[in-house]
Design a protein around this ligand. Sequence first.
Ligand code: KIV
Ligand code: ZN
Length: 404
Amino acid sequence: MSQTTTTTESDAPASGNQEPRMIRIFDTTLRDGEQSPGASMNLAEKLEVAQLLESMGVDIIEAGFPIASPGDFEAVKAIASTIHQSTVCGLARCSDKDIDAAWEAVKGARNSRIHVFLATSAIHREFKLRMSTDEIVERAVAGVKRAKAYCDDVEFSPEDACRTEHDFLCRVVEAAIDAGATTINVPDTVGYATPSEIFDRFTMLRNRVPNMDKAVLSTHCHDDLGMAVANSMAAVAAGAGQIECTINGIGERAGNAALEEVVMAMKTRKDFFNCTTRIDSTRLVPASRLVSKTTGIQVQRNKAIVGRNAFAHESGIHQDGMLKERSTYEIMSPEEVGFSKTDLVLGKHSGRAALADRAKTLGYTLTAEQLNIVFEQFKVLADKKKEMYDGDIVALVQQQISGS
Ligand code: KIV
Ligand code: ZN
């Protein structure tokens, strides 16, 4: 679908005529997503989700936290031996036991990654870890080195990075890269940051950490203030090369950045971000439905991209525009994300054009006079109902046809 508006040069972060940057999609539905209260999945369900993630083109699947439980360990191991295209990642704290378990679980994969994390913010250092800054750096370096002895692909996350002092964050990140980390993930663990703060923090890291070009910068945003997707996109605009996200945005507390939203933001606003992904966007709705079914967490009707109302139009003005030219009210097509079609919902806000169109789809071509009468009756009935169904339209039209 062609869009008529383009971003002006002054507000676009995309750089001129450069080739689009490929952004890695790191899906953590099976790890952070499963940490949503009530979202536990059994091994068969996890395998089904992992296979769908692989088929849609996810670059890295974080399959679980192997030390967390024997079930988690077995699930990560089973996913590692089943998945061949995507990298399979296991999470570990910076402790020998965790890292050894993570490696045991992911080593069977064609491409494996160990993801080690350690909190760096003053709050976590003082109250949770009771460790000094020197001890944190030492533990982070030891963790990365142990993981690196097993696996080339090592990710390091300074937990609560977005509340960590700039100087200390730079120091830990530099040390982790020197120790062998190939991806540096900068989590907004408690969903506290704003988009401009994220942009500044990522820019600061790129400018100040001398070996930053030796690792991929990654973003991992939580949604406590409803800004996880906006924050992830701000990180991308500031040079992040990987987004960590989950299907339907499930995750700890208010959840993580939603995979379907970041992918479609980059696809629909390529003019702005100048980025691309390997995701087959037509798999987004099937993935959303599978994760919703297996976790029991329902998707709200107005959820962006995959919600039932995401491509539904009820107002007469919008429906009239849509019937004339879809791009009047649609910035992407429902088919692109895996819905079969746009939904012109008939209700009290709908207009004559949409009613005539639905009647035609149902096999009735009405004269102008018939349409006027049916439309009046339709408005009276629609005032009493939340939604008008095809059966309601057929009844009104039949009554009119047989009476005239
Ligand atoms: O939110 C967070 O900080 C995490 C880390 C383990 C990456 O999930
Ligand atoms: Zn997280």
